[in-house]
Design a protein around this ligand. Sequence first.
Ligand code: COA
Length: 150
Amino acid sequence: MNIELLADHSESIPMLADWYISEWEPYYGVNGPGNARADLESRRNRDQIPLGFVAAEGGELYGIAALDLDEATGLTPSVVGLFVAPSQRGRGIATALLESAGFLAKRLGHSRLYVSTAVLGGLLIRVGWRSIGETEFLNKEQGSIYVRDL
Ligand SMILES: CC(C)(COP(=O)(O)OP(=O)(O)OC[C@H]1O[C@@H](n2cnc3c(N)ncnc32)[C@H](O)[C@@H]1OP(=O)(O)O)[C@@H](O)C(=O)NCCC(=O)NCCS
């Protein structure tokens, strides 16, 4: 599995937008305030934030994430839009995307990286992130904010 830039997979943006709409329907669905396709299109940069990247294998995309401003926390750069295709979960793809997020942010000159999540805290703490507070997502779910020095 390789981590590649979203800029090199523009043709997959409609499929990726469908992933986002299915997972975050209240935000990205027809009645929500977000626009999945526009967010993904804005992340096709190669050397600046917002920067999207994907997990790819054999011509298929298995997961996606991006470095961007996290609207919920106001922190940047943050890992946002982390999503792994349901059939590919539990193989370490999110772990690989988070690792690559660190490399990419560092390459762009950042010394810190943030992420807010309700589900990945255990993994994050194990691989060197630390919790710095709580946040509330748009769906009112509570999550924690994590930071990692690069
Ligand atoms: C959360 C998500 C990205 C994890 O992707 P993944 O490729 O399966 O994750 P990994 O295989 O790298 O596993 C990472 C760790 O998180 C745990 N994990 C994954 N999904 C989890 C969930 N929904 N709840 C609790 N723990 C979860 C795994 O068990 C693993 O921990 P372990 O190493 O202790 O076993 C994926 O389930 C997904 O896309 N979910 C829907 C979108 C979402 O919730 N995104 C927000 C993430 S911040």
